[in-house]
Write a protein that binds this ligand. Structure first.
Ligand code: GLA
Ligand code: ZN
Length: 686
């Protein structure tokens, strides 16, 4: 892994000057300087330009661009350009074209159009990365590498099918093992030859043509998801290795999509192979702030707390929703700082100059179609650019400190939603967001962790919907609780193993001993139905009666205490919330989806019991978060609301980095206002 050391928070974004005549390039440089832009992500979609046919490579335009960036004091985030193959390649080698879930072989078109198991794609993508590395290895403008772009479509072609069989041989060794894992005696699926295995598409195991998540055999589909994620990782690594072979200390990344929660790729498995994680994020105006906050925290969690890059956001509008309103004044700046406080070390846009034709001509850009600096968006970008220059390098490398770990797991996400469960409304991310929101509102920082994370550094570990308990996890959680930790999990947990086979003997399977309960039945509630939770043993503010929804389980305590019970239906009086004292710690179980008030009060009480304090009280709509470095704490106060807000920050005097002044006591934030307060740790702890 190459360590990343940037001179300041990078500022810039995707830049596609190949779409414009050269005269405009100099004008762009002038505008970039004016806007404080220092980094341009280039060459992202230029494969066909750089390789007009199988034998010919020509990089003249790119040489000129790299030189121009350098002459103007800018750095390049150099794309390898492999996210859209050239038309000649598709014509000559149709194996690069993908097959859709419902079995259609695609023709040349669009982008993100290559099959991850196409030998042609892999060969030429690797060659392109080598050529670029060879050519620019000593170029002073080169800062980092951007492999492909938003990697990760699913393909169902014959190449993929053959590769899937090989992947399965590696994983299982024998067909006996595979038949066991996939539970193939169901519906007479026993396989006697590897060649009998086909990809789980709409034509085979799919239950609904348009929804690839509904499948008749979860074991097969889970393995296909793992395989597809691995196939793309291998494609990424082909380019990664090609670059590193020539430039061993290159900084290499790729931009994660889907706002960081892109279902097809297991980003926890990917992250160790990126020198720095990079994210594209495209919230809508009405997207709640905690939605982005969760995703930034997740990106930071992917590499164990390491900072990440905000690779793309729109400076103003997006173009791909049914209706695309403008980002309101001040929101771009505010949301940029939200990314920074949660670990971003860059603020980058898609894109720097707005294209004149094709699909994205109405997507927001720093330089609009008008082509000059006298626009609202340009001015906002330039103001932020100047602020980031003033902030300098102080924040770089700062970490977030948290005593709460939220367990996130892609395979669990896949398994929960593959079908056959209590309700199609049971969505992994929804449950994750609900628990996250409770901490967000309490202003208690959390870390996203994975099954391999060392748990000893946390006081509280929360695992919503831990449906799939992978080998060794139950034991690890037991040790954590025995040693004094508090563990929280929910309904529909511990049900299955890593092949999505139910663990017999009573839910929650291997978690039963730790939780001190067993679950007999799971009742699903229609979306408009509610049950009630009635607290029997008040705990902190948790007292009285609350609503719950989605699913209610019938739980039998086996050592756990019942803190609250269901208020209605035939299971009225049976446990809805239990606590099991285990070793030095406690394991809690919520047998339903509680309302927001319940979650907030319950988790607050758990944090209080552990001495975990909120960062600072603030009115709703005001986000407070921190990063720390070298004995200094940087507290960001972000007013997402449309009204001025007052908050009390205590009597110590703190530097406010954006205005350059000092503040203490009560501070007032303008609508959409931001403050970055710096103080030293000794003071904070006094
Ligand atoms: C993605 C892509 C970009 C661009 C933007 C538009 O993030 O990576 O190339 O298409 O979306 O929002
Ligand atoms: Zn394929």
């Amino acid at each position: 892994m190459t360590r990343c050391a940037f001179p300041k928070i990078l500022y810039g974004g995707d830049y596609n000057p190949e779409q414009f005549p050269k005269e405009i390039w100099d004008e762009d440089m002038r505008l970039f300087r004016l806007a404080g832009i220092d980094t341009a992500t280039i060459n992202v979609f230029s494969w066909s330009l750089n390789q007009p046919d199988e034998e010919t490579y020509c990089f003249d335009w790119l040489d000129e661009l790299m030189n121009k960036l350098h002459d103007n004091g800018m750095r390049a985030c150099l794309g390898t350009g492999t996210a859209a193959h050239p038309a000649w390649m598709a014509r000559k080698y149709p194996d690069v074209l993908t097959v859709t879930y419902d079995g259609k072989k695609r023709k040349y078109g669009r982008r993100h159009n290559s099959c991850p198991n196409s030998p042609t794609f892999r060969r030429y993508a690797g060659q392109m990365a080598s050529k670029l590395a060879e050519r620019y290895k000593d170029h002073p403008a080169l800062l980092l590498w951007h492999v492909n772009n938003e990697i990760g479509i699913r393909c169902y072609c014959d190449n993929c099918e053959r590769a899937f069989r090989e992947w399965l041989k590696q994983r299982y060794g024998t067909l006996e093992q595979l038949n066991q894992a996939w539970y193939t005696r169901f519906w007479g699926h026993t396989f006697y030859d590897w060649e009998e295995i086909v990809l789980p598409s709409a034509l085979s195991e799919g239950l609904q043509n348009s929804n690839s998540d509904q499948t008749a055999f979860q074991g097969i589909t889970l393995d296909y998801y793992r395989f597809n994620s691995d196939s793309w990782l291998e494609c990424y690594l082909i380019e990664y290795r090609a670059i590193k072979e020539i430039i061993p200390d290159a900084v290499v990344t790729t931009n994660f999509q889907g706002n960081g929660t892109y279902k097809p790729l297991d980003y926890f498995k990917w992250a160790p192979h990126l020198d720095i994680v990079a994210l594209d994020i495209y919230p809508e105006n009405h997207t709640p702030e905690s939605y982005m906050a969760l995703r930034y925290d997740l990106m930071r969690g992917l590499k164990d707390g390491a900072p990440f890059l905000l690779m793309e956001q729109s400076p103003s509008v997006i173009n791909w929703k049914a209706v695309n309103p403008l980002k309101r004044p001040g929101v771009m700046r505010l949301r940029s700082y939200q990314a920074v406080v949660r670990g971003a070390e860059s603020v980058m846009f898609f894109q720097l100059r707005r294209s004149l034709g094709a699909y994205e001509k109405f997507h927001g850009a720093v330089i609009d179609h008008a082509g000059h600096e006298h626009t609202r968006v340009f001015k906002e970008c330039a103001e932020l650019g100047q602020e980031l220059q003033r902030l300098g390098s102080g924040l770089l490398g700062a970490r977030t400190e948290s005593r709460v770990g939220l367990l996130f797991d892609w395979e669990n996400w896949w398994a929960v939603e593959l079908g056959g469960g209590p309700s199609v409304h049971l969505k992994y991310l929804d449950q994750m967001q609900k628990y996250y929101d409770a901490f967000y509102e309490l202003r208690i920082p959390v870390d996203f962790i994975h099954e391999g994370t060392e748990l000893g550094r946390y006081d509280l570990v929360v695992a919503p919907l831990l449906y799939m308990a992978k080998p060794g996890l139950a034991r690890k959680l037991e040790q954590f609780v025995q040693g004094g930790g508090t563990f929280v999990t929910t309904f529909f947990s511990g049900i299955a193993d890593e092949h999505d086979r139910v663990v017999p003997g009573g839910y929650p399977g291997e978690l039963r001993r730790l939780l001190g309960i067993w679950v007999e039945e799971i009742d699903a509630l229609f979306p408009d139905r509610r049950n009630r939770i009635v607290v029997k043993q008040p705990f902190g503010l948790l007292d009285g009666s609350y609503e719950c929804r989605l699913a209610c389980e019938i739980v039998h305590p086996e050592g756990a205490e019942t803190i609250a019970v269901f208020g209605e239906d035939f299971y009225r009086g049976s446990p809805a919330l239990t606590r099991h004292r285990y070793g030095q710690g406690e394991a809690w179980y919520a047998a339903t989806e509680p309302d927001r008030r319940f979650l907030g009060q319950w988790l607050q009480a758990l944090c209080e019991a552990k001495g975990i304090r909120p960062l600072c009280a603030a009115p709703p709509g005001v986000e407070v978060a921190e990063r720390a470095k070298d004995g200094a704490i940087y507290t960001f106060v972000l007013n997402h609301s449309d009204a001025a807000q007052k908050i009390h920050i205590g009597d110590d005097i703190r530097q406010e980095l954006l205005s350059g002044g000092t503040v203490s006591g009560e501070i007032e934030l303008a609508p959409k206002g931001v403050m970055i307060l710096k103080h030293n740790r000794a003071l904070a702890q006094a």
